[in-house]
Design a protein around this ligand. Structure first.
Ligand code: C5P
Length: 230
């Protein structure tokens, strides 16, 4: 299947997948781990490309894997594959540099959230289109959260009512993301975290249970079930 991206769309989606462990074949790390016989990256791209607002998708791959990743994705969707950088932020910046100049909204998505539905892409993009400078999908925290010391002793119970678990895609006015990356100094933070540090207001929209991060064996089992019932 070749997804046709909407030429009238106003959204570019960046997928940083250039982690050093990223390689094709057995033992592949997160982005290329198989779910239902296909890499997580492929599942993620299929759903992104089904979102009607999306005009362009840029994947950052390890520099020595660009040709292989491009070949793997050619049959999936018309996406651009660029060489990533030394760390995640550099990979996002490299992908951002390849976004067509006329697209005002940029989303950054984690391939490990492979089942994030097209509706979630649309709702994040819609919030940016409606005027938000930065948007993150969130879910309420359902577990009780304790602060624990190095001796395993509980120090206190955290009020979870203002806490939210953050997902991707995270959405931005293009200039806001570009400015945050130009000033970025903290390689540990997410894209919305960089933008926060610029003093930009970050707005929350409801996330999706289907956008779970598929990292542990249990997540993979859950994702296989979700895939079978989609
Ligand atoms: O290594 P870590 O789990 O922090 O990576 C998070 C995401 O950033 C992964 O999808 C990884 O492929 C991506 N990444 C990247 N370029 C790097 C390092 C990580 O695109 N140089």
């Amino acid at each position: 299947m070749t997804a046709q991206l909407n030429p009238r769309g106003d959204v570019a989606v960046l997928v940083p997948a250039a982690g050093s462990g990223t390689r094709l074949g057995p033992g592949a790390p997160k982005a290329l781990r198989l779910l239902g016989g296909e890499p997580l990256l492929v599942h993620a791209l299929r759903r992104i490309c089904r979102a009607p607002s999306v005009a362009a998708v840029v994947v950052a791959a390890p520099p020595d894997e660009v040709a292989a990743v491009r070949a793997m994705l050619a049959a999936v969707a018309p996406v651009t594959v660029v060489a990533g950088g030394a760390h995640r932020q550099a990979s996002v910046a490299a992908a951002l540099a390849a976004v067509p100049a006329d697209l005002p909204i940029v989303l950054v998505h984690d391939a490990a959230r492979a089942l994030a539905p097209p509706d979630l892409v649309e709702s994040v993009a819609a919030a940016v289109r409606a005027g938000a400078e930065a948007v993150i999908p969130v879910l309420p925290v359902v577990d009780t959260i304790k602060e624990v010391g190095p001796d395993d002793a509980v120090r206190g119970t955290v009020d979870r009512s203002p806490l939210r678990a953050v997902q991707t895609p995270q959405g931005f006015r293009r200039q806001v993301l570009a400015a945050a990356h130009a000033a970025a100094v903290d390689p540990l933070t997410d894209d919305a975290g960089l933008v926060e540090k610029q003093g930009v207001r970050v707005t929350c929209v409801p996330g999706s249970e289907h956008a779970l991060k598929i990292t542990r064996p249990f997540d993979l089992l859950l994702a296989e079930h979700l895939l079978a019932t989609e």
